[in-house]
Design a protein around this ligand. Structure first.
Ligand code: DGI
Ligand code: FE
Ligand code: FE
Ligand code: FE
Length: 187
């Protein structure tokens, strides 16, 4: 699909508020890419598609994971993790996105992963701090993002992990590995 078609297809998949969020992530991801030296066009495309499956019924998200050999352990963790992997699969196999860096940035935008590329970091961070986001730590994360993508992401994962702990939920191990690795990169 051409870019204009991808934009139209994504807007169609998302309720108004979620599309506004996506537009915010696109804008923020491009700015972060320019600030930290990632490819702005890849950041734009990954941000556009990052929540493509977010509004799908969770059964449909789970089916994409189950039927296509995506990591089955995801299904033992919070449903919020599923749309990222389902979205990367749909982008590749239904929307014709061939760029593996872009697909990985979509795939890991929620959990992170142990060796995040700069593009992964930019998209994941943009998702945390786009202008429409409002949670207690967001102002602090935005400030840190002025100078360090890694420090800002650690602060982002900290807030997510704290939120999950408060809710008594399980933490997907990849998020812990991702945070550990970012801290190692910083020392
Ligand atoms: O899709 P969005 O709402 O834009 O944001 P997202 O894809 O980053 O999803 C964030 C949600 O995922 C947030 O409410 C916390 C939830 N979540 C559940 N388990 C985990 C998790 N997030 C991470 N990073 N790790 C988990 O184990
Ligand atoms: Fe998401
Ligand atoms: Fe996120
Ligand atoms: Fe998002």
């Amino acid at each position: 699909m051409k870019l204009e078609q991808l934009i139209a297809a994504t807007e169609k998949e998302l309720p108004g508020k979620r599309w506004t969020h996506t537009l915010g992530v696109m804008d923020t991801a491009v700015k972060l890419a320019q600030r930290f030296g990632a490819d702005p066009e890849k950041a734009y495309l990954a941000a556009l598609l990052h929540d493509y499956c977010k509004a799908w019924p969770v059964d449909k998200q789970a089916a994409v994971i189950r039927e296509n050999g995506l990591p089955a352990d995801l299904l033992d963790y919070d449903k919020e993790l599923w749309h990222a992997h389902a979205g990367a699969w749909v982008a590749e196999h239904r929307l014709g996105v061939g760029d593996q860096e872009v697909l990985d940035a979509i795939r890991y935008h929620t959990s992170g992963r142990e060796h995040m590329t700069l593009l992964d970091k930019v998209v994941c961070l943009a998702d945390y701090i786009e202008p429409g986001r409002d949670f207690p730590a967001v102002h602090n994360i935005r400030e840190i993002a002025e100078h360090s993508v890694e420090k800002a992401l650690v602060a982002g994962f900290d807030s997510t992990i704290q939120f999950l702990l408060m809710q008594g939920k399980k933490i997907y191990p990849l998020t812990v590995l991702s945070r550990n690795r970012l801290i190692e990169e910083l020392t």
